[in-house]
Design a binder for this molecule. Sequence first.
Ligand code: ADP
Ligand code: MG
Ligand code: MG
Length: 912
Amino acid sequence: MKKYVYSFGGGTADGDGKMKEVLGGKGAGLAEMSRAGVPVPPGFTVSTEVCNLYFENGNKVPAEIETQVAEALKKLESQLGKKLGDPENILLLSVRSGAKFSMPGMMNTILNLGLNDATTEALANKTNNPRFAYDCYRRFIQMFGEVALDIDMEHFDHIFDSRKAGAKVKLDTDLTADDLKAIIADYKKLVKKETGKEFPQDALEQLKMSRDAVFRSWNNPKAVYYRKMEKIPDNIGTAANVQAMVFGNMGDTSGTGVGFTRDPATGEKVFYGEYLLNAQGEDVVAGIRTPHPIADLEKEMPAVFKQLKEITDSLEKHYRDMQDFEFTIEDGKLYMLQTRNGKRTGPAAVRVAVEMCKEGLISKQESVQRVDPQQLDQLLHPVFDRASIKNLQKIATGIAASPGAAVGRAVFSADRAVDASKKSPVILIRKETTPDDIHGMDVARGILTAVGGKSSHAAVVARGMGRPCVVGASALHVEDRKGIATVTLADGKKLVIKEGDWVSFDGATAEVWLGQAKTNEPDPKSPVFATFMSWADEFRGGFGVRANADIPRDAIAARNFGAEGIGLCRTEHMFFAEDRIPHMQAMILARDEKSRRKALLKLLPMQRADFAGLFKAMNGFPVVIRTLDPPLHEFLPKREDLMVDLAKLPYADIKAKKEMSAKYRMPVGELKKNLPELLKRVEELHEFNPMLGHRGCRLGITYPEITEMQARAIFEAVVQVAKKGVKVIPEVMIPLIGNVKELAHQKEIVVRVADEVLGKAGLKKLKYYVGTMIEIPRAAITADQVATEAEFFSFGTNDLTQTTMGLSRDDYTKFSKEYQDKKIFPDDPFAVIDQGGVGKLIEMAVKLGRGTRPDLEVGICGEHGGEPSSVQFCYRAGMNYVSCSPYRVPIARLAAAQAAISGDSAESSRTK
Ligand code: ADP
Ligand code: MG
Ligand code: MG
């Protein structure tokens, strides 16, 4: 029969560290640690498959698997000489969730299982520590009640807090054995009231119920949300780890803690961790008491500290990655309870990858594969403008949990964050976060908490999301019900933050300010980042990464980020500028070619100057310039506006007339004559479906003089900069063609003008290219014909996705949520290339095009060009380059490097 249950402990294990799929990450880690001789409490793992079988079998574990569980339990009992439910030889267990990918705090774990009235009394006697025994029992009833019996945690908290208030104590640890006994009695009453049954006394029944509850926690709403966010499949299930308990709550020679082998926020190689004495399980991360830094443990229990350091160092070497670990000290003896590759911020990921390679722990290739391209985003985002911060009031300093500059309006609950984030950026401020806050954390620009340390829930999750986060800002007193936070300032004065107030904080220095700070561009030249990117480029080889940039400023930024050319310059963006739109409008309003040419002549020098700037910034690299693309009415005022103003005009005073004159850019005296003209032309240009209307090459075909002017501006700019010694590689791109004849028509104009301008300047030999954007399915289908004219293809995947799927991008947002929830599309097709559809068309077009013209240059300029999985697709499809927004250039460089190394292995070698 198939094996579903895997034992571990005592220096051996049935499974090992590679079996994450079957054992889950936690189970695999426990098995691997056991094998390596690390002190781990023994136990067994019920495999992830059983989770699925449980659901398929009507929420019941199949009988033959129950037999395997019973056998594993018997083995554990005999190994320890203890027995579950036996007051003479008490065995207590934990049942812990743990899927293949770590989902911190999203699923459930139950501790101290096996306690009932009889075993609790026995434990009190045996340990001579009744307080400890009752503390364990009340914790168990509480966890079991919440997780297995679905009783609201608030009820338990209410009982607990009123007892605490009655006993007049501040800390949980100050409660006496009798207090705890009373709490237990109340808890049991609560269970009876809520479930109609007594709290189960049969330990075996407790075990089965707990295990099943852990399986069910796979479908907790927060777990489902987290999987969606992290793109973790829904069908892989969680394992249930059953493990002998060790106790950190036995008094002051016991404790529990968590830590990292390196700083997960910065990547610095420092031993990082926190612990609490006389505590159990989640106490450290829950922010109930403020934990001590791990350095204190060295003074308090030097031998334990030394052993912990040695074990975690060797775990890091063994796994060859930064470890995130949990430990418990029971009466001076150390136990390891978990180890995993630690989640880290983007900056930390890069630093750890570079330093581990330099330490000889991993190869350069592994180093490049270690960083998720998306994570680089965090290194490329703005940082605070120090000067703008000087004017703000600093209100608190907390603990730096996840770096980055965060600016937004204060909100105090996750639900409010979701609403408010639709209108403005928000900062989620909480006393502490819990897994129930995940949707609010997801939409917030930053997360700020009043309590908790670097390993608190807020910190761990924020780092995973790459969201700036400051925790433990103890000057804050958050009252979420009232929607305020009171801040005690350094001078003792109080200040109230209301919902909607601007707050800024720096996740790297943990400083918090009241007000809206300004931010500055990041530095792509920092040494660690530069080293890392240079390694990535070694693997990327000849596959290019260009940027989409319309103006010289963006082109310069793109070069700083390592762009090797411009893949798309949209010329119309230049026309929308303040000083140009009047000429553009004049051109559109012109009734005949002659007056159109007159207006175009005014635009020519402006375009020429823009192009010259781009060429200069891209010295030595190609620049793809697209001819005019959008429908002309986009340059004109709205029809409704015009009608309203026209109706108002006869009654307008001089102030109103001046406003109109500014709006329509015509002298006051001409309003009366020109406004009706303008309206008429706007109505003429009205289209029923502008996306599929008179745009793209269709404009250049009906108004060849526009293409001509643009070609002239391009090549005059070429001449201008080439004479100054700049190496120019111009590529002129004709948009929206569906038929090779459209391209031939436009190409003829471009070539004529280019040869004339270059010839006159004595630059006949200067090589330029004319090609096309592939964004209409027919162009892809007939790519063999198109390539007879085109010297390059650039896939305009925004429009190609719209036209292939018959789906308007702007309208899709209205129902995208349903499509995503129902999993109709695996991803947003406008963010991630639809490989099965649009992708097929692309592959076919590349093949057909190269069949006609083997040296055809092929790239992509849609927004997909900066999305890692799409970049890998483009690489595999045989493109020469991708082009994306300047800020995404490093992401694309890394994604391409990983594709070159082999995309699949990169993905699986990373910590999710
Ligand atoms: P999570 O996946 O949310 O981290 P865990 O299964 O790791 O949940 O358990 C929650 C807490 O309980 C952790 O602090 C862990 O160290 C502690 N814990 C789990 N099992 C045991 C055990 N057998 N003995 C002592 N502490 C335990
Ligand atoms: Mg854990
Ligand atoms: Mg387009």
